[in-house]
Write a protein that binds this ligand. Structure first.
Ligand code: ADP
Ligand code: MG
Length: 880
């Protein structure tokens, strides 16, 4: 049989323009690994299932002028530190495996700085297999029973696949088994080194595998280091003493414009264990090369490629269809990228610096390519994407330019030291999400009846059974045999068919009879069977129709429910939007409320300060009022007192005048009585009397107007003496000059008059009436009261104060009682110390009747109001 050859027919022939049709964005996932030490500072938090937040570590703020910014990045899904490998696989890698089995390409790579968990995610750690072993397990779980025999599919060196018949494949197997190539037989001892990494318990598999296809898996493992591609599965004799540098591989483009590594080893594997063993071998080689050639493992990209070849079975469902157009080759590339950190971070020197630079270059190219792609897609530009600038991008250009699912897992270590690098990683990853890749189209159907494999299998089984019934072993169908035996046992027993005699005419007729009976019975049975079959068939049909109707009913219900669910989902979305709007509104309202509260507080404070000010003003006003009232009261009292004093002075004056008049009258009377008794007639006296009469004829003095009096009063007042006091005092002084009867001990007239205050006059009424003055500080007490005709006077002492109104007030401090000799008494004695000789002189004066009389007449002639008032009141006329 001739082998057909296929060259990945499903790939588009022209790749210049990206294929039209639906596109999907690059799926970017983020995985945050746990901190190595719980005490480490963490700068990345998982906010929700699609967002991570990154914030600068504590010390970082200082370098950035105190700027502290938290940045959030959104991805398709974010996996926290507690997320298990299985969960990650189910979300990220499972769909890629499903696509692979359906003939679609996929690319999955891990991106991040060294130590962020890329290898842990992709390969896994001991006891905890990563995405790679899980992908392998799922593939083999799904295609296990439908795998083609080894070498049925043959990969060529031009990225194509051949198919050959099983016989040729068997021959090739035999040929290879004879040569010492690595044995890839089914049952093998799993290497304990990685056994626990592929011990995937859950039998994860693709549900709808095309069972009419046969499958073969090929794996290859390459390393891109320093922009060179090395085949990690290549069989080389490694010389430990003088190691030969490995030969790098070239990239080539096949006839379908797909990129492939020329001459790369592709191993056909038939189980997970076998596939992982191949991978592990490559991994070991990678490690050895790194150690021996002094390379930094974190600076190489590891690419593990799984190719799945599938071809339909022929119409019989027996052999692989030998048509190359029908072969599908799909590929899943699992890439563990180099650490994305910058050169300075690794402290690389010399050779290593160059390596690091190259690695940076290849990752930089990846970034540039993705940026240009995004720009082209976003703005409709047609910039050239620089895939060729690095081997990494060149190898995978078909995924971005052509079709296939691209997924990226961004691995981050939340430790503070990685902050800046993680930030770069996040930015790149977020940008990558904007790139869209054409969605792979479904594989065309081969046109053969589905279910061929099982029909063929059933046929084979049946054939085998038949063959076995014919002559083979019967132990398998004992049950059925016994059933027929039972049936046969119910039949009438066959008579002996032995013909002993030629003329035996009984045996055969008997046999015929029995056989006929048996035939009848059999017919009956078969009729009954046919009837039963019919009944059963109708029952079955009824059941079927019942089921159909029920199914229809259920379908109807289901669609109804689906409609309801869709409606509810829409409502839910609407409500969620509403909630968001309301939340926003609430936020605004809260802010407004805060502003108002602030205003309110300000206003209250203002109000309080104003009311305090007002209260102060009110209290000031009250104090002022009280002060003014006090002043008014004081002034009122002062003026009242003043008035009273004036009234009293006036009264005193009048009384003085009255008294003077009385005195004069008395003197006159005495003169008259004396003259009568001693000198009854005295012509000179008569003449003298005429003179005053004549004088008195003169017009009476014009009454002093009030104003004038006031002026005089004021004058008096200015001299700190009351008007009345002055007039009275002057009067009395005049009188005293004439009758100098007493002298005051230590008395000073000036002092005395000064101490005499207007208020005091009222208190001195009694003495004023008789003496016209108020004494102060006089301690003149007669020694022999009984001998003298004395008058008792009360004299008030007090202190004078200036009042606020500008006047004066008196506070009485002492009242003295003065006893004086009545002026009428002839014998008036002053204190012994003041025995005054002029008194006697005065007395002698009074003896002169004529003089006395003239004085009396003169006084009388003064005025009606008060003789001599004017005369005595004139200050100029007072004696000094
Ligand atoms: P990378 O490949 O990015 O340089 P690794 O995958 O080698 O980083 O991870 C470094 C170390 O961190 C390993 O010891 C690994 O076991 C551990 N590690 C990484 N990610 C996780 C995780 N998600 N859970 C537990 N340990 C992890
Ligand atoms: Mg690694």
């Amino acid at each position: 049989m001739k082998a057909a050859r296929a060259k990945t027919p499903r790939r588009p022939a022209l790749k210049k323009a990206s294929p039209p049709g639906p596109k999907d964005p690059v799926g970017v996932y983020c995985r945050v690994r746990p901190l190595s030490c719980p005490d480490q500072e963490c700068c990345i938090e998982v906010i929700n299932e699609s967002t991570v937040q990154i914030h600068p570590p504590d010390g970082y703020r200082i370098f950035r002028n105190g700027e502290y910014r938290e940045t959030q990045y959104s991805f398709k899904e974010v996996f926290g530190t507690l997320v298990a490998q299985k969960e990650l696989f189910d979300v990220v890698a499972k769909p890629l495996v499903e696509d692979l089995i359906r003939g679609k390409n996929g690319l999955l790579f891990t991106y991040g700085v060294t130590g962020s968990g890329k290898t842990h995610t992709m390969t896994g750690s001991p006891g905890d297999g990563g995405l790679l072993p899980r992908c392998l397990a799922m593939i083999f779980n799904s295609i296990g029973p439908f795998q083609a025999k080894r070498f049925v599919f043959k990969l060529d060196d031009k990225n194509g696949v051949d198919v050959q018949c099983e016989v040729d494949a068997l021959l090739e197997r035999q040929k290879r088994d004879a040569t010492p190539v690595p044995k890839t037989s089914g049952k093998r001892q799993v290497d304990p080194e990685f056994a626990d990494m592929i011990n995937v318990q859950d039998h994860c598999k693709v549900e709808e595998v095309d069972e009419d296809n046969v499958y073969s898996v090929f794996v290859s493992y390459i390393e891109i280091y320093n922009n060179y591609i090395y085949d990690l599965l290549e069989e080389t004799s490694f010389d430990l003493i003088k190691p030969k540098p490995p030969q790098s591989k070239m990239l080539r483009e096949d006839q379908n414009h797909n990129m492939y590594v020329m001459g790369c080893t592709e191993v056909e594997v038939k189980s997970t264990e076998e596939a992982f063993e191949v991978f592990w071998k490559g991994q070991k080689k990678r490690r050895i090369a790194n150690t021996q050639l002094n390379r930094e493992s974190s600076r190489s990209h590891g690419v593990f490629m799984i190719k799945l070849a599938q071809a339909p079975l022929d119409a019989d469902g027996d052999n692989v269809l030998q048509e190359r157009e029908q072969i599908t080759l799909s590929q899943l590339s699992l890439v563990d990228l180099a650490g994305s950190e910058r050169t300075n971070r690794t402290k690389a020197e010399g050779n290593r610096l160059r390596e690091a630079g190259n690695i940076n270059q290849s990752l930089m190219t990846l970034r540039t390519c993705i940026e240009v792609l995004r720009e082209n897609q976003k703005y409709g530009t047609n910039k050239m994407v620089p895939y060729r600038d690095s081997k990494l991008t060149h190898l995978f250009k078909n995924y971005f330019d052509g079709e296939g699912k691209v997924r990226m897992i961004v691995c981050v270590n939340p430790k503070a030291e990685d902050y800046e690098e993680s930030l770069q990683v996040m930015r790149f990853a977020e940008m990558t999400q904007e790139v869209e890749v054409a969605r792979p189209v479904d594989r065309p159907l081969c046109g053969l009846t589905p279910g061929r494999r099982f029909r063929n299998q059933a046929f084979r089984e049946e054939l085998a059974r038949k063959l076995e019934i014919r002559g083979g072993p019967i132990n398998e169908e004992t049950e059925e045999q016994s059933a027929s035996e039972i049936l046969l046992q119910n039949f009438p027993p066959l008579p002996s068919c032995e013909l002993l005699d030629i003329n035996d005419d009984q045996t055969l007729p008997k046999l015929i009879e029995v056989l006929e009976e048996r035939h009848k019975l059999r017919q009956k049975l078969s009729e009954e069977f046919a009837r039963n079959v019919l009944t059963f068939r109708t029952a079955l049909r009824e059941l079927d129709s019942n089921i159909m109707s029920k199914e229809n009913y259920v379908q109807g219900k289901l669609s109804e429910k689906e409609k309801i669910i869709t409606g509810q989902k829409a409502e839910l979305e609407h409500l969620e939007k509403k909630i968001k709007t309301l939340e926003y509104k609430i936020e605004i309202l809260e802010k407004t409320a805060t502003i108002y509260e602030e205003d309110k507080r300000h206003l209250q404070q203002e109000l309080e300060s104003k009311s305090q000010k007002l209260q102060r003003q009110v209290s000031d006003k009250r104090r002022l009022e009280a002060r003014l009232q006090g002043m008014v009261a004081e002034t009122t009292t002062k003026w009242e007192k003043e008035c009273e004093r004036r009234v009293a002075a006036k009264q005193l004056e009048m009384q003085n005048k009255l008294w003077v008049k009385d005195e004069k009258l008395k003197q006159l009377k005495a003169i008259v009585t004396e003259s009568k008794s001693e000198k009854p007639e005295r012509p000179s006296r008569e003449r003298d009397r005429e003179k005053p009469i004549q004088r008195s004829v003169s017009p009476p003095p014009v009454p002093v107007p009030n104003s004038q009096r006031l002026v005089s009063n004021q004058q008096v007042h200015r001299r700190s003496n009351s008007c009345s006091s002055i007039s009275v005092a002057s009067c009395v002084m005049e009188w005293e000059q004439k009758t100098p009867s007493h002298k005051h001990t230590g008395g000073n007239s000036k002092t005395r008059t000064r101490q005499q205050e207007p208020g005091q006059s009222r208190d001195c009424n009694t003495s004023d009436r008789r003496r016209g003055m108020c004494w102060t500080g006089i301690t003149e007490v007669p020694k022999r009261r009984d001998e003298l005709e004395m008058e008792e006077d009360q004299c008030c002492r007090g202190d004078v104060f200036k009042t606020r109104g500008g006047g004066q007030a008196v506070q009485f401090t002492e009242i003295e009682t003065l006893k004086q000799e009545s002026p009428t008494g002839r014998k008036r004695r002053s204190s012994p110390s003041n025995a005054d000789p002029p008194e006697d002189a005065a007395d002698s004066e009074w003896t002169d009747v004529e003089t006395r009389c003239s004085v009396a007449v003169e006084m009388r002639a003064g005025s009606t109001l008060g003789p001599g008032y004017q005369h005595h009141a004139q200050p100029k006329r007072r004696k000094p």
